[in-house]
Design a protein around this ligand. Structure first.
Ligand SMILES: [Zn+2]
Length: 394
């Protein structure tokens, strides 16, 4: 005798989508089955009778859950909640970029990371308070040993160091951040606009290490291109020596003028991220699907965009179990609709200007650890008519 449970060995079956899983070199029409919160099988024609829940995702794109390397969930005054803002956008893993420092990390973990459904990791700010109370100008609060000690204490949650927004003349915060990262074997993300005593070329060629990451790579405030829209040679030199370039869209850090010229000249971003916070999610809609849409409009190919939004960022944070749909991996999945129509995309940095396009990526479903946590059109749900009659006793 075969029990129903034995036959229905999968919890969820996503049927008929185009699966793009760059880590496993998959781009084609496959079904995806999950079991016990993990990926059970990516295969052809998996029978519907083998799954307890079936969702028809034909016409849609199925990718690993998106991995956003730059977001703000704590410390920054415009922080947002990860679950409310990531899960509806297909983002199942996100990194808070420097909201907490060694003094405030435990509170961040208690209030935000631990209760969240989204996988939240942290870049620890070299400033001890993180961004709580805007202390990023206070050199006395930037302690290499205490920062390194905190990273060593929580390597499960802290994936790197963040240095940002310092207005002083020199490189002291950055060099301390690099030292803390070096001592603990993690990478550093930097957000420093150039000033005359602190040129970008010097930062990229002399202070950052291979693997360190420059975020806001297409920002007007850190211009990659010169007055003739040509990418400055030192950006290519920095890339050649292993410096990574991250989008970090934000409310002031993504210019179509720069991004378009850079991509046409072959300078594509290593990783795609949002810098999502209360301001950037409004005018700029700085979500992963919208940021991916902008890069699609600028000529990048969808599989490459998916790779730089899933597998590449997962590797950057040292979590190769994420960002892919390999068997036994966590069942973190995004189902995306590449819709067609007349759309406008809004940039920033020197006014919010529109770029017209005919495709927009919209998140249809998000699966986190096998649970459907976002389902815009109820594809995994029974029809309303299955609702039983009301209880006559009440
Ligand atoms: Zn940021």
């Amino acid at each position: 005798m075969t029990s129903d449970t034995a036959v229905r060995k999968y919890d969820l079956l996503l049927k008929g989508g185009r699966v793009i899983d760059p880590a496993n070199d998959i781009d084609g029409h496959f079904d995806v089955a999950t079991s016990g919160g993990h990926i059970a099988l990516v295969g052809k024609e998996i029978p519907e009778s083998h799954a307890r829940t079936v969702a028809d995702v034909s016409g849609l794109v199925v990718t690993p859950g998106l991995v956003d390397l730059h977001a703000h969930f704590y410390g920054y005054s415009a922080s947002i909640h990860p679950d409310a803002h990531c899960l509806p956008e297909g983002t199942t893993t996100a990194v808070d970029a420097g909201g907490a420092g060694h003094l405030t990390f435990d509170e961040f973990n208690e209030l935000v990371i631990a209760p969240a459904t989204t996988n939240v990791f942290a870049l620890l700010n070299i400033s001890g308070e993180g961004m709580v109370g805007q202390p990023e100008q206070d050199l006395d609060g930037m302690d290499v040993d205490l920062t390194a000690a905190k990273i060593a204490q929580r390597p499960d949650l802290i994936v790197g160091v963040k240095v940002a927004h310092y207005m002083g003349p020199g490189w002291e915060p950055l060099d301390r951040g690099v030292q803390a990262a070096e001592e603990t074997g993690v990478y550093l993300m930097v957000d420093q606009s150039p000033i005359h005593t602190r040129p970008m070329a010097e930062m990229m060629l002399e202070h950052l290490r291979p693997g360190d990451m420059v975020t806001h790579c297409y920002a007007m405030s850190k211009p990659m291109t010169d007055g003739d829209d040509k990418v400055k040679p030192y950006f290519f030199e920095a890339r050649d020596r292993g410096v990574q370039f991250d989008v970090g869209h934000g409310a002031g850090s993504f210019s179509f003028r720069i991004a378009k010229a850079a991509i046409e000249q072959g300078f594509i971003p290593d990783t795609i991220s949002t810098d999502m916070h209360r301001s950037s999610i409004l005018v700029n809609q700085a979500t992963m699907p919208e940021t991916m849409t902008k890069l699609l409009a600028l000529g990048m190919k969808l599989p490459d965009i998916v790779k730089r939004s899933t597998w590449d960022p997962a590797q950057a944070i040292g979590h190769p179990e994420l960002g892919n749909l390999g068997q036994t991996r966590p069942a973190d999945i995004a189902v995306l609709n590449v819709s067609e129509g007349n759309f406008g995309l809004v940039d920033n940095g020197s006014g919010n200007r529109v770029f017209k396009t005919d495709k927009r990526i919209i998140c249809e479903m998000t699966v986190k650890n096998g649970q459907v946590v976002w389902d815009k059109n109820g594809r995994s749900r029974d029809d309303w008519s299955f609702t039983p009659p009301t209880n006559p006793a009440i």
